[in-house]
Structures are given as C-alpha cells and as structure tokens.
Design a protein around this ligand. Structure first.
Ligand code: PLP
Length: 257
C-alpha cells in the first residue's frame, strides 16, 4: 500500500485542512497519515480561533511516523508559525522523503490568517527549497513574488520567480482570476497549461487542500508530476461539481462523488 503524510492544520468543520487531506488520500487509494500543526475552530462560515500545537509535539508526531512507516509522499499545508516552519523544514531535511507537495497556505477564504506574517520569510527561505512542487494560488504567488499578477505573462514570470527560490516545480492555480480556472505548471524548463472548467457554486471550501493532497497521493502511487497534476485537476473539478451544500457558508467539496 502506498502512503502519504499530511503536515497541516485541523478544520473542525471537516472541509479543509487535515480532514480534507485524509479524504483526498483515501479517495485516491493511498493510506493517509497526519501530523497536526494547529487546531482551528472552524465551520463553513468562519475560522473562530486557532491553537498552534506545541513544536515538541509536532516533532514527536513527525518522528513517530518516519521512524516506523515508509512515507511515499508528504503534503504540507497550514504551518501557522515561524517555529513550526523551521521545525518541519529541519525534519524533512533529515528524513528527505521523495515527494514533497507544498501548499503555501496563508489566508482562509474568509480572510483569517493561517500563516503568521513573520513566518512568510521562513517559508520562503527554509521550506520552499525542499519541495518537489509548490502550489500557490494567485494571492499567495503575489506574496511570494512581491508582484501583482494579471496577465498570462505575469503568471509565467511568477512561476519563474518562485522556482528561483529553489523549488523544483510550480503549479500556479488560476481559480482566483476571472474566466476559466486554468492552472500553469512550470517544471523548471517548460510551461504546461492545465485547463479547468468554472463551476458556479459557493461550496468551494478546502479546494486547495484537496488538490495538493491528490497530487501528493498520485506522486506516492508513482505518477510523474505532470500526470499527478492532470489526474488531480480532473479530480478536484469533479469534487467541486458534486460539492456538498452543508452549513450556511461555503460548503465542502465532495471527495467521494
Ligand atoms: N483551514 C485550514 C486548516 C486550512 O489548511 C485551510 C487551507 O489550506 C483553510 C482552512 C482554508 O480553506 P479555504 O480557503 O478553502 O476556506
């Protein structure tokens, strides 16, 4: 059985974070494991509060998994604090798993900060260079590059700038721009446009978590980066098409459509 580990935050509402990651792993037929970095009190409407997990407990969780179980891919989500970024980077350097998918989670759709402002430079200096692929959305890419992104050329420039931070490849997601949600994959040499389809629904909570986890799961199964992205893009599109109208805010995607 292939395995994937998510290092991320918990969403009590079950739509994003660890809960979305584990469902995406299961849907892709991979055995899922989790290291919880923060607990959020959250539903489809809002993040009410966040408790960062003590770094020593994060360290113990990472070591407990890696010391015993083969990890075929790691997905990294909410890291919350600079201490957590540095710790996770140090441990990943030590265990050096083959596939690391970094979703540079910064702000929730409702505007709640999931990465402290003073953790952004640690993320850029210590974490990005360890990743096989980083999967920013447009606002995250704007923070990482310090430049606004409007045109297709801006998107290519952003991929090149992010790749120059030391990551092997970049998937710049286009869902936050108007028009079709086409993503741009840059493998360090070539650009590939990954076509999307705009599905008009308010129930899109956890889409970024789900996509990055599906990519990690498919890398764990031995797919190439491009194959893993193509399979995962189709998966998230169908999961959004069948998204669940739960709660009164942004409902979750449906992992098992
Ligand atoms: N909560 C947690 C724990 C997350 O990791 C994320 C995103 O990665 C979110 C919330 C935000 O999800 P969304 O922006 O889809 O609402």
């Amino acid at each position: 059985m292939r395995t994937a580990l998510t290092i991320a935050g918990s969403d009590s509402g079950g739509g994003a974070g660890i809960q979305a990651d584990l469902k995406a792993f299961a849907a892709q037929g991979v055995y899922g494991m989790s290291v919880i970095t923060a607990v959020t009190a959250q539903n489809t409407q809002e993040v009410r509060s966040v408790q960062n997990i003590d770094p020593s407990i994060i360290q113990d969780q990472i070591e407990a998994v890696f010391d015993d179980i083969q990890v075929d891919a790691v997905k990294i989500g909410m890291l919350s604090s600079p201490e957590t970024v540095e710790l996770v980077a140090r441990k990943l350097q030590k265990y050096s798993p083959k596939n690391i998918v970094l979703d540079p989670v910064m702000v929730s759709k409702g505007g709640h900060h999931l990465l402290q402002a003073d953790a952004i430079s640690a993320l850029m200096k210590k974490m990005i260079s360890l990743a096989t692929i980083v999967t920013p959305n447009i606002p995250e890419a704007e923070v990482l590059t310090g430049s606004k992104i409007h045109t297709e050329e801006d998107r290519m420039d952003a991929c090149i700038a992010i790749q120059a931070l030391g990551v092997k490849s970049v998937l710049l997601k286009g869902g936050h721009l108007n028009g079709e949600p086409n993503d741009l994959f840059y493998d360090g040499t070539d650009f590939h446009w990954i076509q999307g389809e705009r599905i008009h629904t308010k129930n899109t909570h956890g889409t970024g978590c789900t996509l990055s986890s599906a990519i990690a799961a498919n890398l764990a199964k031995g797919a190439s980066l491009l194959e893993a992205i193509q399979i995962s893009k189709q998966y998230i599109t169908t999961a959004i098409r069948h998204s669940l109208d739960l709660g009164h805010g942004h409902g979750p995607t449906n992992h098992f459509f």
